[in-house]
Design a protein around this ligand. Structure first.
Ligand SMILES: [Zn+2]
Length: 313
């Protein structure tokens, strides 16, 4: 096991690139012995004392937190995200290697309550610096989607900035500057939402999973969700009928679905009630299908979609 000392430079990161076809070659080179040693045990090797390649090694549980860490950390941080693009964070499962890496990171930023696998990994890890973003966004019980309210997300940004400064005080001034710039952009996003949604024909929108409760609350809208907080749950026939009634009563013309979850349900309900469908993205991950390259761009696309659906003037 001594070869897997954490100071040994980099081999496991390269092992990840070995495909099934390359296994014979890897055996010949004796790399598999390293892999067998590294898989269940200690040492992702590129992280030493919480740093990777001279940068603060940060593990972010999913995209919105990765976005904050990158915007604020800039070149001073090396970020690993536990939720791959296109994976619903609610369903996330972690590999042993990822759990090991989380424990070695200089800073872990996660949001308790969205991905049970991450909550468990944080609990058993011996990571020294861990930031739970949930309390910063003052969540209600059972709804973790705080990042979809730009004001709450701004509070989380400030918390991430403070955690970076505390963990890596040499760059505290840069973190403070970047935090201020980012919260300024989030403030502008909030203003755009407030103005853009001030005058609408209806205040009700129908969406697949109940991710937009905080956004609705912030801007005086009403979210009617087909399923609950967990996007994989099934709606009852009574709920489906109920939504048809809501759509008629509140003059709802659109049923929203989202990029990472099947649109079948939304299309069925829309078809039954003669409504159109559109995308409202909960920004749980960015993929090729996302309506924007980053958090703010997707949130601006969501605003356009909401304005259309609600009949904004
Ligand atoms: Zn969600």
């Amino acid at each position: 096991m001594t070869v897997m000392n954490a100071r040994r430079p980099r081999p496991p990161a390269r092992l990840r690139l070995i495909s099934g076809a390359g296994l014979a070659g890897a055996l010949a080179l004796g790399l598999v012995a390293l892999s067998g040693c590294g898989a269940p045990g200690k040492g992702t090797a590129d992280i030493v004392d919480g740093r990777s390649g001279g940068k603060l090694a940060v593990t972010a549980s999913f995209y919105p937190l990765r976005y904050l860490v990158q915007q604020i950390g800039g070149d001073h941080v090396s970020v690993t995200t536990l939720t791959p693009p296109g994976v619903e964070p609610h369903d996330l499962e972690l590999k042993p290697r990822e759990i090991t890496r989380l424990g070695e990171s200089g800073l872990v930023v996660y949001l308790k309550g969205i991905a049970p696998a991450v909550d468990d990994a944080v609990k058993v890890s011996d990571a020294k610096n861990v930031l739970d973003a949930a309390p910063l966004g003052s969540p209600r019980k059972n709804d973790p989607h705080i990042w979809l309210d730009p004001v709450r997300f701004g509070k989380i940004a400030e918390g991430v900035g403070a955690a970076l400064a505390k963990t890596d005080p040499d760059h505290a001034a840069d973190y403070a500057t970047n935090t201020a710039a980012l919260t300024g952009r989030l403030g502008a996003l909030d203003t755009a939402y407030r103005q853009g949604l001030a005058h609408t024909a209806t205040r009700t929108f129908i969406t697949t999973h109940a991710a937009f409760g905080y956004l609705a609350q912030r801007y005086g809208l009403r979210q009617e969700a087909i399923v609950g907080i967990d996007p994989e749950s099934e709606p009852s026939p009574a709920r489906v009928k109920d939504l048809g009634d809501v759509a008629a009563r509140d003059h709802v013309g659109t049923v929203f679905f989202e990029t990472l979850v099947s649109d079948k349900l939304a299309k069925t309900i829309a078809g039954n009630s003669g409504l159109r469908t559109d995308v409202l993205d909960p920004v749980e991950g960015i993929t090729d299908q996302s309506k924007g390259a980053d958090y703010i761009a997707v949130m601006r696309s969501n605003l356009v979609a909401l304005r259309t659906a609600l009949g904004a003037k």
